[in-house]
Design a protein around this ligand. Structure first.
Ligand code: GLU
Length: 332
């Protein structure tokens, strides 16, 4: 990293102060409820709350519980999609999974009425199809490949939470039902059990808010981890992934999110959210209390505040965001 100027130090200090302020203003927010569909998620500490911002210059800024591990759950869908785009190519992926927001719940059993494809890769039907494609391409090594790329994006070795994985596999009957319908319509061509098994495993990869912010910064940095310099994801795949995260990443709240927060993001039922400010930042929040749509209550509020305070909305018209953030990055 280049030496810090006094001005940069002031800006860095300002970013830490904004993060701290957002964190403390949401700390008392106890709305929502922890997911209970498997016992392991129900046991999460409901008050845990961490915020992390990683820059494409390799810096990390944090507030609160950023080292508590949680399973990625649906957050994994964005990164798995990115990998499938690279390995199978955009056209083959698009032939099997659409890119339209569905407006339905994540686990809805609904397909595009014209094409019969899942609406998009961020709902379970689409994510299971993507897992099936990765399984067809990489076979028994599909999970290792996925874990490897996710780890490269995080900049450290991530691991599978075996207990969560076993629980997902024992209780995931709805997802198995979706997989059979996908097999019947031709969206899945291999063994349904292999597709859902890979899906359960990807949901059960354990990471912290710090890891997730770094994974987001890797997407923001066009697929290259800013801290290690290693390429985790293909550049063209990142572009397509961010576009789908922008329109479909926040369950059936995606439109509202794009309107209010205005950055590509993906959330998961364990309480994590990752957001990407293209070419600038990866942002992560972790707080397990969820709203009725399955998004972290504090996460939504914190991202909204950060977007406003730092001017991060894609259509921000104050110029504050770009000026502020580029100071951080130039001097990193
Ligand atoms: N394992 C969960 C499921 O497929 C993930 C759901 C989510 O995070 O939205 O039911």
């Amino acid at each position: 990293m280049a030496s810090e100027t006094l001005e940069t130090k002031a800006t860095l200090h300002e970013l830490d102060a904004v993060l701290e302020n957002v964190h403390s203003s949401q700390r008392a927010n106890r709305d929502g409820a922890v997911a209970t569909y498997i016992p392991e998620l129900a046991r999460a500490e409901p008050d845990a709350f961490g915020l992390a911002i990683a820059t494409v210059g390799g810096r990390i800024h944090t507030a609160g519980d950023v080292e508590i591990p949680f399973t990625l759950q649906s957050v994994s869908k964005a990164f798995a999609f990115c990998l499938a785009l690279e390995l199978a190519g955009r056209d083959k992926v698009l032939a099997r999974v659409g890119v339209e927001p569905s407006g339905d719940a994540f686990n809805a059993i609904v397909f595009d009425p014209v094409t019969n494809r899942p609406f998009n890769p961020m709902v379970n039907a689409g994510a299971i199809t993507i897992a099936g494609m990765l399984d067809e391409i990489a076979g028994d090594s599909a999970f290792d490949l996925m874990l490897d790329r996710f780890s490269q994006a995080a900049g450290r070795r991530l691991s599978l939470d075996e207990t969560v994985y076993r629980s997902e596999a024992e209780t995931g009957h709805r997802n198995r039902g979706i997989a059979h319908l996908l097999r019947a319509s031709g969206a899945l061509t291999g063994r349904t059990e292999d597709a859902v098994d890979l899906y359960f495993r990807q949901c059960s990869i354990s990471a912290t808010a710090t890891d997730l912010a770094r994974m987001g910064a890797t997407l923001a940095n066009m697929g290259e981890n800013p801290s290690t310099g290693r390429t985790a994801f293909d550049l063209g795949a990142v572009r397509n992934t961010l576009a789908v995260m922008f329109t479909c990443g926040m369950y059936d709240y995606a439109g509202h999110w794009a309107y209010d927060v205005g950055i590509p993001a993906k959330s998961g039922v364990s309480g994590g959210i990752v957001g990407i400010v293209n070419r600038q930042l990866g942002i992560a929040s972790y707080s397990p209390r969820l709203d009725a749509k399955g998004n972290s209550v504090r996460g939504i509020a914190a991202f909204g505040m950060l977007s406003d305070e730092l001017g991060l909305h894609a259509f921000d018209c104050t110029n504050r965001g770009s000026a502020f953030v580029s100071t951080l990055i130039d001097d990193a």
